[in-house]
Design a protein around this ligand. Structure first.
Ligand SMILES: Cc1cc2nc3c(=O)[nH]c(=O)nc-3n(C[C@H](O)[C@H](O)[C@H](O)COP(=O)(O)OP(=O)(O)OC[C@H]3O[C@@H](n4cnc5c(N)ncnc54)[C@H](O)[C@@H]3O)c2cc1C
Length: 223
């Protein structure tokens, strides 16, 4: 999906600054006029912070984004004698069959900071839950293990919308649904920027709903 988005962006004339992470938002008076990268500044009429669980590490953003990284470990299995055609859920695990014949099994939810290493305990948990649900997987080959970081904060939905800094929007906090939510996120942000209105009520996702977001500590949007 990332490759497809990059291709589409290139086709529409997007300039891409890769490998040079944003250090801070570039403030000018009441507004945000772009980003400060490691060695240069990029000017922009609109700035959208969509750096997942890393969003709060960009200077000027933490107060809108009280998220923490949620580590999810995964395992890829290949079973010659077991055919799985659809996604399967249980309370302890999820299986996602891939076109290349692998079955992805996951995932843990752990709070270990920005650590993306897999652990014996995490993988053991995934494999024992997988074999309990599908005993035929006991003979499967373990082809790969990895971990990803999702952005989470307790008990609330995504963080999406404009801030009290002119030209600055936030789009993060999607936890474990960020791939599914990418199209609607992109649509609402695009509508706001091009039409100054959105086709859905997004107040409850507002980055201003956190007391930390405003200088007087008052929430500006419904929780
Ligand atoms: C194990 C696991 C399984 C999941 N399964 C699903 C699923 O089945 N369906 C689903 O919908 N979602 C799933 N998710 C959740 C999904 O992956 C996330 O919700 C989604 O990736 C969030 O997208 P994002 O673009 O907001 O953040 P990310 O995908 O985290 O992307 C943020 C990007 O910002 C970049 N970045 C970080 N800091 C900076 C900086 N300072 N400057 C510039 N760029 C920066 C990062 O390099 C990264 O590329 C899963 C997550 C995990 C961990």
């Amino acid at each position: 999906m990332t490759a497809a988005i990059l291709k589409a962006a290139e086709r529409s004339g997007t300039e891409i600054f890769s490998g040079d992470g944003a250090k801070a938002i570039w403030r000018n008076g009441d507004g945000c006029v772009g980003l400060v990268l490691q060695n240069e500044k990029v000017e922009a009429k609109w700035t959208i912070i969509a750096a997942g669980c890393f969003s709060a590490t960009i200077e000027g953003i933490a107060r809108y984004v009280p998220v923490r990284p949620a580590k999810g470990q995964m395992a890829a299995l290949r079973a010659d004698d077991l055919k799985m055609e659809r996604v399967l859920w249980s309370e302890r695990s999820i299986f996602v069959p891939r076109n290349d014949g692998r079955i992805l099994a996951g995932a843990t939810v752990e709070y270990a900071g920005f650590d993306k290493r897999t652990t014996a305990g995490g993988i053991e948990k995934i494999l024992s839950a997988a074999i309990d649900l599908a005993p035929g997987l006991a003979n499967a080959r373990l082809e790969e293990t990895w971990a990803g970081l999702a952005s989470r904060f307790s008990g609330s939905p995504s963080i999406l919308g404009p801030t009290d800094v002119d030209g600055l929007l936030i789009a993060t906090g999607h936890f474990r649904s960020g791939i599914l939510l990418a199209p609607i996120t992109a649509r609402l942000v695009r509508e706001w920027i091009t039409e100054q209105r959105v086709s859905a009520d997004w107040d409850r996702f507002s980055p201003l709903r956190f007391p930390s977001a405003t200088t007087d500590g008052a929430s500006r949007a419904p929780a």
